[in-house]
Design a protein around this ligand. Structure first.
Ligand code: FE2
Ligand code: FE2
Length: 239
């Protein structure tokens, strides 16, 4: 069978028959998600259980950590079905994204990470929910409600923290330090990888369009909902 741009690829067996360019593009995405879901759970979500201030907050943080490890497990399982070596799907095999290069120390910092980084992840998952490789599309659709819960968790706890002046200052300080790491998450402008993803319908939008949408949605949350200030975006997508 011949697979052309615009076609859907329904199974891992069909993927094995797909052109190299298609297969490698899908592999890149699955590896990246497997690695980054695991690393994020290790450096942010699991340590945050110890930072959570109340039993209720610990309970919900445990759920977030469980789901982030679960995302790794699901992406890794798909990767294994696609024939990707298990070693490539851990932080030892591929360097994690720079959004994880933040030294998490406090509960307000974790709440801001969930508010802003999980919103960024929601945009990626929304895009993959229309992916031409159907097992990846299905995985994105399964993951979506959980990522929405994580972003809502961030929003709820940030809202609660912002009820006191000290809490507002802590949340604003964390946003000022964390938000600048996020534009890079969407990749470079005029990216070749992104061009290949769009050619094959693996992804739908350009990195520039995703970033613009993200900044608008983050501004809505930070300025509209929390009444705080979103730092200026550096020309990070072109860096
Ligand atoms: Fe996740
Ligand atoms: Fe998440």
């Amino acid at each position: 069978m011949t697979i052309n741009p615009g076609d859907q690829v329904k199974t891992c067996d069909e993927l094995a028959e797909a052109p190299d360019e298609y297969r490698k593009a899908v592999e890149k995405i699955v590896i990246s998600h497997a690695v980054n879901e695991l690393y994020g759970a290790q450096v942010f979500d699991e340590p945050a259980i110890a930072l959570a201030p109340t039993p209720y907050a610990k309970w919900l943080t445990c759920r977030v950590a469980m789901e982030e490890y679960g995302h790794h497990v699901r992406f890794r399982e798909l990767g294994e079905q696609m024939g990707i070596a298990a070693d490539w799907m851990t932080p030892a095999g591929k360097r994690p994204l720079s959004i994880f290069e933040f030294d998490l120390q406090t509960w307000p910092e974790f709440c801001v990470i969930k508010l802003l980084a999980d919103l960024a992840e929601i945009l990626q998952v929304e895009d993959l929910a229309h992916c031409s490789f159907l097992p990846l599309r299905n995985l994105a659709r399964m993951t979506m409600p959980e990522e929405r819960f994580h972003a809502q968790f961030g929003r709820d706890f940030c809202t609660e923290l912002c009820r006191t002046e000290e809490g507002r200052q802590q949340v604003q300080a964390a946003i000022d330090r964390y938000f600048p790491l996020l534009p890079k998450f969407f990749g470079r402008a005029k990216s070749r990888n992104n061009e290949t993803f769009r050619k094959w319908g693996i992804k739908q939008r350009t990195n520039e369009a995703m970033l613009e949408d993200y900044v608008a949605r983050a501004r809505d949350l930070v300025e509209g909902t929390l009444g705080l200030t979103l730092p200026k975006v550096e020309a990070a997508a072109t860096a």
